[in-house]
Design a protein around this ligand. Structure first.
Ligand code: NAP
Length: 326
């Protein structure tokens, strides 16, 4: 049987999920692809950290050694825009298609990576980077073949949605809701990225790139977090039959992209009014298909890794003979 050599950049929450799925779905993936998927190398930052991995997998902190293995595909699940951008750029230079979950990287350097990949007839896949296991990128890609997206409104950050839901449903203070999110493992020890809207902002920029082929000037995008919201704001909203939700909004007006991440008052007729807890949800209004809402997990080991494996399988549809030489 043919072998597909896969390398993994990052062996944290998401990376471990990718390995688990490749191992637990081994037979199924072989049936689907006609090949054995073998993880041959994993890149990490802290080489001395103990990791229960078979000796057949090279674990290294040197990207050069990953390339030396000549992988057929690279899964990238490390944090931040660099060195991830350099690594994926070099992977494409070496004719290797990539699957990434890294929103900061894709928001910042996605356009450059897509351009490089296109020149080489390779793919950069990134379903996991926006709303994790909820298939927003795949659905939009299909819709955009025939439709224009008139407006997109979304809850793209599970932590802020959990906090606002707890404040609304249990009457928690902002501080108590944040502590509960941290206790449940939803929020980071330093949750600024979520609370100040950066996480949702990156995802919105990725969506803008996909929908409009470009991003707005980042300085012109409103990015407001939820830190200033307290119980009196929520009570006031409730009195008016409304809820406050932290939304990411995208639309195009007269050729200009308007984007914002901010708390918004929604009435009960709005599709995102009842989205509670850590879920993400995206309402995309298209010219022909009208409004469509997707709701699902916005984070998590298996949901995110599942999206990466789904992306990997689409590489076979794209250009099997070029990208994965079976
Ligand atoms: N967690 C989720 O639910 C989720 C959902 C969607 C998207 N994502 C995205 O997926 C990516 C990974 O998230 P995660 O939660 O799995 O993170 P994580 O648990 O912190 O794991 C990150 C992994 O990347 C490695 N790493 C970090 N910087 C590196 C560098 N410079 N060189 C080599 N390896 C490096 C770390 O190595 P060490 O183990 O040696 O420290 C670790 O194995 C992020 O971009 C995140 O935004 C995560």
């Amino acid at each position: 049987m043919a072998v597909i050599k896969a390398a993994l950049l990052g062996y944290g929450t998401v990376g471990q999920g990718v390995v688990e799925i490749i191992q637990s779905r081994k037979k199924y993936l072989e049936q689907l692809t006609g090949a054995e998927i073998k993880i041959t190398a994993i890149l990490v930052k802290h080489l001395d950290r103990p990791r229960p991995l078979p000796a057949s997998i090279l674990v290294t902190d040197q990207f050069e050694e990953i390339l030396d293995q000549k992988p057929d595909v690279i899964f990238e699940a490390i944090n931040g825009e660099q060195p991830a951008y350099t690594y994926l750029s070099r992977a494409l230079d070496a004719d290797i298609p990539v699957v990434s979950a890294n929103k900061a990287l894709l928001a910042t350097h996605g356009a450059a990576l897509f351009a490089k990949a296109e020149k080489k007839s390779l793919s950069v896949k990134y379903e996991a980077a926006v709303a994790s296991g909820t298939p927003v990128i795949g659905t939009l890609t299909r819709l955009l073949q025939v439709n224009k997206v008139v407006k997109l409104e979304a809850i793209l950050n599970g932590t802020t949605n959990f906090i606002l839901s707890s404040m609304h449903n249990q009457g928690d203070s902002f501080e108590d809701a944040l502590k509960a999110a941290q206790k449940e493992g939803f929020a980071e020890a330093d949750p600024a990225n979520d609370l100040e809207g950066w996480d949702a902002f990156y995802k919105l920029m990725i969506l803008s790139q996909l929908i409009y082929g470009k991003q707005p000037d980042w300085h012109e995008v409103t990015r407001q977090g939820i830190i200033a919201i307290d119980q009196s704001d929520l009570k006031q909203a409730t009195l008016q039959g409304e809820r406050i939700k932290h939304l990411a909004i995208l639309e195009e007006s007269n050729g200009k992209i308007i984007a914002a991440v901010k708390p918004v008052h929604l009435d009960s007729s709005h599709s995102l009014y009842g989205i509670d807890g850590v879920d993400n949800a995206v309402t995309m209004t298209t010219e022909l298909a009208g409004p469509l809402t997707l709701r699902g997990p916005g984070a998590g080991k298996m949901a995110t890794a599942s999206a990466m494996i789904e992306d990997f399988l689409t590489l076979f549809e794209d250009q099997p003979e070029k990208q994965l030489q079976l």
